[in-house]
Design a protein around this ligand. Structure first.
Ligand code: HEM
Length: 475
């Protein structure tokens, strides 16, 4: 029997799965935060072995990066790509199958990491068989979307979002395979080279996956939400090519002042500074496109999320090149500053873009209007203020910690960790506020799907009918 899937089934499956992993991943983050305040929290409990900090932390990072963000990204790709090229998704069934594989990989990741199956590489902790499932998922999604583009009816120039999406789909599986080293027999790369390869992958998963799909989604959503065409197509293409040419060698900036050849560090620093170029293109294009439309932000929560995400994107991408410099890294490296930086990129920027995207896509995928505007506002404000508290707290904590170690060369490392307790308490509080925001979000999504009023295109606050938006095509 051949199963028939309704249009949008793949995107819906990824949104619902992504939300589940987001909750679970954030709860693990909160638990890790509590363990940093009370390291003995679960000492004496029979589950201690499974929930030590060393196991909980990678579960948090894997679930929020691959379960939540990547799930939401796949949904975005399945929704937006067909619309920008003017064709239907090649196979909804294949998309749903990819969602099943994706969720299977995440479930196995959670169990295997809690059981101690960590292979010891940041963001690449999972055992080899899970890496194969993740790679297969990426390849299935890529085949599906390339076939969709092949069948396109819009025969003119590809809209910029499609460039970013397809670029990410070509490069990410390659980077994933290289960095995870699971194609090499018995992982022969060891020591410093292993670290260099790990960070080639660790940073480039940001550069070739989280950045281009996030930016591509912004280029799709902005014209839809404002009714203005993208300010400059040329700028967006400069951004595209500079991201894909410049990111490659930057990973070793995670190893600056470490036992890595000096020239490798210097190349990584030089290329990191050049990352200012794509940031400049995105920020300029954003403000150019928003011209005359700022009043819409007041009534549109998706636009609120997008606007703040762009500010955080600018902060991330200004911080990143600066902290790769040897003099700055000497203070900030190994401190909470870097954790703050990671969250401004992946939570403040890319997760906020995905909140905007889900609010835009959900009514169009379900035919139901967002259940409650008030809950949307609560989601935005709890996420924003919770996140700002976390970011400011970790940034100050990092500077205090870095200055302490720089000024007290003979100090014990653990002294610099112990003095962080007040900051860790604040971080746990900020995490709880963020999670509360996501509970509101989840409830709103649930009520939208089960009890939302019928949706008519263009009715949501701050959104214009697609006919008014010059680009991209499609609803
Ligand atoms: C979608 C939301 C989130 C994303 C994408 C995210 C991402 C990350 C990333 C990439 C790291 C590694 C940072 C590094 O090594 O520099 C990390 C660590 C961490 N995150 Fe999150 N996070 C999110 C939400 C949260 C929340 C809500 C909390 C709750 C307090 C939290 C608590 C933590 C903790 C405690 C660590 C470990 C920090 C350390 O090792 O010093 N995260 N997260």
């Amino acid at each position: 029997m051949r199963l028939r899937y309704r249009e949008g089934a793949a995107a819906r499956a990824f949104i619902y799965g992504g939300l589940f992993w987001m909750f679970l991943g954030m709860l693990f983050g909160l638990f890790a935060a509590l363990l940093m305040v009370w390291p003995d929290l679960i000492v004496g409990l029979p589950v201690l072995e499974y929930f030590t900090f060393g196991r909980v932390r990678p579960v948090h990072t894997n679930l929020v990066l691959f379960g939540w963000l990547t799930g939401a990204y796949f949904a975005t790709l399945f929704y937006m790509t067909p619309r920008v090229v003017g064709s239907k998704l090649w196979s909804e069934g294949l998309g749903v199958f990819a969602a099943v594989l994706h969720n299977l990989a995440l479930a196995l990741t959670t169990v295997s990491l809690l059981a101690g199956g960590n292979v010891g590489r940041e963001y690449a902790e999972t055992p080899w068989y899970i890496k194969w499932i993740i790679t297969a998922t990426f390849l299935l999604v890529a085949v599906n979307l390339f076939m969709t583009v092949k069948n396109r009816t819009e025969k003119g120039e590809l809209y910029v979002s499609a460039w970013y999406f397809l670029g990410a789909l070509v490069t990410t599986p390659i980077i994933y395979a290289i960095g995870n080293q699971f194609l090499l027999p018995q992982n022969p790369v060891r020591g410093v080279n292993d670290a260099i390869l790990n960070w080639f992958y660790g940073h480039n998963i940001l550069g070739y996956w989280f950045t281009p799909v996030g930016v591509g989604a912004v280029y799709y959503l902005l014209p839809k939400l404002t009714g203005n065409p993208i300010y400059s197509h040329k700028l967006s293409m400069i951004g595209f090519w500079s991201i894909f040419w410049v990111y490659g060698p930057t990973g070793a900036h995670h190893l600056v002042n470490g036992p890595v050849p000096y020239w490798v560090q210097t190349i990584a620093i030089a290329f990191s500074v050049m990352l200012i170029i794509p940031v400049w293109t995105v920020v300029t294009n954003f403000y150019g496109t928003m011209k005359g439309k700022w009043h819409l932000v007041r009534d549109s929560v998706p636009l609120k999320f997008l606007t703040t995400a762009i500010v955080f994107y600018f902060i991330t991408c200004f911080q990143g090149p600066m902290q790769s410099l040897r003099s700055v890294s000497a203070i900030t490296h190994f401190t909470n500053w870097v954790v703050g930086h990671a969250h401004v990129a992946l939570l403040g920027t890319f997760s906020f873009i995905m909140y905007a995207a889900i609010y835009y896509m959900l009514p169009r995928l379900t035919g139901r209007a967002i259940y409650s505007k008030a809950l949307q506002e609560w989601h935005f404000h709890l996420s924003l203020w919770g996140f700002l508290l976390m970011f400011v707290d970790l940034t100050i904590a990092g500077l205090v910690q870095g200055a302490f170690w720089a000024q007290n060369q003979s100090a014990n490392f653990i002294e610099g960790v112990a003095m962080m307790r007040p900051y860790y308490i604040l971080r746990a509080i900020s995490g709880a506020v963020i999670i509360l925001g996501q509970v509101v979000f989840g409830w709103n999504v649930f009520k939208t799907v089960t009890a939302g009023k019928p949706f008519e295109t263009g009715q949501a606050a701050g959104e214009v009918a697609p006919a008014q938006a010059a680009q991209p095509a499609g609803a």
